[in-house]
Ligand binder design. Sequence first.
Ligand code: PRP
Length: 178
Amino acid sequence: MKTNLGEVLVNENQIKERIDELGAEISKDYEDKNLLVVGLLRGAVVFLADLVRSISTPIEFDFIAVSSYGTATKTSGVVRILKDLDEEIENRHILLVEDMVDTGLTLNYLLKNLRSRRPESLEVCAFLVKQREGQTLPFIKYAGFMIPDHYVVGYGLDYSEKYRNLPYVSVLKSEQNE
Ligand code: PRP
């Protein structure tokens, strides 16, 4: 399918401002805690790299990779761990960093999995949260932006592994829709 970029949904300035706010909030909430930030590969890498630099308290980070069986544009709900954490998380304060929560299936699976390892606390920071009709998502303590239900790329988000390096978030258009 041929694709091209449409409307910019979140620009570079908006991203920077919001990350500063989130960083300040997280720094305050975890002031005296030894926080382990867990990034979900691959999409969250860009957001995580900026977010951790806006957190002023000492933190560590680790990564987990999952595969959600499905097509290029749809998740199926079946999730498998491709790369597990390197760290043990029992009794630790964990902040799971996601690039986008869409159906919430990936997040639900991850939260259940991580909770079973008995961390001291477990919260979520998601860069984008899609607004869908009648959707009940798991609790997301730190949400960057709520966005409408469009296919979006950039700032870590891909279409067939492309567009992740865009410094902003844009709607992706397919030629069939034009
Ligand atoms: C995206 C995103 C979330 C998931 C959200 O990952 O990073 O993990 O989909 O969808 P859901 O809420 O409907 O489960 P993707 O599978 O595209 O992998 P990527 O991070 O490597 O791009």
